[in-house]
Ligand binder design. Structure first.
Ligand code: NI
Length: 138
């Protein structure tokens, strides 16, 4: 762990009260940890904006009765074989499947993969969870 630095800052009272309420409503035990994670969230957002190397998970829910959908989704993943690290499939019920696809690569390529799958007929939901490959967080 890096050396800790103490800072003081000025902030408008209403904004400070909002910070206190957010910290209390979250699972954070102190304001410093909340602010540290807020900064890290911002850094990860910037990695994605700047199309840097990132990691993520694409969570799909789809109707497996949709014609040809399973093979289309597999075909798309083969096209992004450099980004797709692993995937897990869950049979939700008689109709629906969920698939979690773990990805690593250029942020823009990951978004392109998620968008391409989202547009397939029969895909009901495609959520992209954006993570960091870690470089900017150290
Ligand atoms: Ni299934």
């Amino acid at each position: 762990m890096s050396e800790l630095v103490r800072i003081s800052m000025s902030i408008e009272k209403p904004l400070f009260e909002k910070l206190e309420a957010l910290t209390a409503a979250s699972s954070y035990t102190n304001r410093s940890e909340f602010l540290r994670d807020l900064i890290r969230e911002h850094l990860v957002d910037r990695e994605w904006e700047k199309d840097e190397e990132a990691i993520g998970t694409i969570t799909l829910v789809y109707d497996h009765h949709a014609r040809g959908l399973g093979s289309k989704l597999t075909h798309t993943q083969h096209h992004f074989q450099g980004e797709v690290m692993a995937s897990t499939h869950i049979h939700l019920d008689e109709h629906f499947c969920a698939e979690m696809i773990m990805v690593r690569g250029q942020a823009g390529r990951i978004r392109e993969l998620a968008d391409r799958m989202r547009r397939e007929k029969g895909v009901l939901h495609a959520a992209l969870s954006t993570g960091s490959a870690g470089r900017s967080l150290a």
